[in-house]
Design a protein around this ligand. Structure first.
Ligand code: PBG
Length: 335
């Protein structure tokens, strides 16, 4: 039994001037017409750092990601350089007994973080270091700002952020990345850096950082979860996109060099919004929960590994020029 074409069918075919499939007919034409490409140059690799020697501690909710002591962190960075990664964002895990309510460890001379920054830049002057400015890893309250009577103080926090940023710049940071979401911090940090001669140290602003449930594994990694409440009085409401334009306008006016949206995959619309409205490079943070989610599905064989490239490509397609991702190393190996 053969298929019988309806009488009108061939006539319709003749009228079909546009056949999008022609541009998909082989790999060469598919590559020629591909609109978005991922490259090793797109990625910043976040790294976790801990005190001690010869330490490589797995993080349960983030398969294949570890906390490294400085010596092994240097080896990890070297391995990443060998697959073509050149940009890194280290985050420190601070020992509980060093935490206090004003995060004084964050700017103490010779603290873990500044020692790591100095060691990395000394060993690998060719890498670009994006260093984290926020109180939470050092705060006994686990918040990004100073807490008083259950409130997160804004202007008092800026002072600590300034000291922290300065300590990092002095250690050799190439770019300060405030992830705290206090008002006015970009302008405040720019001023402090400039006054101290660090006019060439950049600022990557966590512009639209949402109060997200996707940060869980990161807080496991650093043991930095808030001891009470949540971060909704400083991080943005996930329901809001227009408000990201306000944050971006301020960060732009205050001197940010790069604007960032965080998380990435649940906020692709916000990435596109900032891309279309600002002429600064746009970064997106493919956060720990996005990593854990895909890794878990792949480990269960519920998804193929190809889902990783597709997810990262979607972040680029949405408008991100730069992607912070825990997938950076494994992706660099196949790109
Ligand atoms: C805190 C900070 C967080 C992340 C980066 N910096 C977590 C938070 O705001 O609680 C999350 C990154 C990730 O989930 O990968 N300043």
């Amino acid at each position: 039994m053969s298929f019988v074409y309806p009488a009108s069918f061939t006539i319709k075919l003749l009228c079909m001037l546009r056949r999008p499939r022609r541009n998909r007919k082989n790999e060469v034409v598919r590559n020629l017409t591909q609109e978005t490409w991922l490259s090793k140059n797109d990625f910043i690799f976040p790294l976790f750092l801990c005190e001690g020697e010869n330490k490589k501690v797995p993080i349960a909710s983030m398969p294949n990601i570890y906390r490294f002591s400085i010596d092994l962190l240097l080896e990890e960075i070297d391995a990443c350089r060998n697959v073509g990664l050149k940009a890194f964002a280290p985050f420190p895990q601070i020992e509980e007994n060093l935490k206090d309510s004003i995060a004084s460890e964050s700017y103490r001379e010779n603290n873990l973080y500044v020692r790591a920054i100095a060691a990395i830049k000394q060993n690998f002057p060719d890498v670009m270091l994006f260093t984290d400015v926020a109180l939470d890893p050092y705060s006994s309250d686990g918040h990004d700002g100073i807490v008083k009577n259950g409130e997160i103080l804004n202007d008092e926090t800026l002072e600590v952020l300034g000291k922290m940023a300065l300590a990092q710049a002095q250690a050799g940071s190439d770019c300060i990345a405030p992830s705290d979401m206090m008002d006015g911090r970009v302008g405040y940090l720019r001023k402090i850096l400039d006054e101290n001669g660090f006019t060439q140290v950049s600022i990557l602003a966590y512009t639209a950082k949402y109060a997200s449930a996707f940060y869980g594994p990161f807080r496991d990694a650093l043991e930095s979860a808030p001891k009470f409440g949540d971060k909704k009085t400083y991080q943005m409401n996930p329901a809001n996109a227009r408000e990201a334009l306000l944050e971006a306008t301020l960060d732009y006016q205050e001197g940010a060099d790069i604007l960032m949206v965080k998380p990435a995959l649940p906020y692709l619309d916000v990435i596109r919004l900032l891309k279309d409205n600002f002429h600064l490079p746009i970064a997106a943070y493919n956060v720990s929960g996005e990593y854990a989610m895909l890794k878990a599905a792949i480990a269960n064989a519920w998804l193929s590994e190809k889902a990783i490239l597709e997810a990262l490509l979607s972040i680029k397609r949405a408008g991100a020029d730069i992607i912070l991702s825990y997938f950076a190393k494994e992706i660099a190996q196949i790109l």
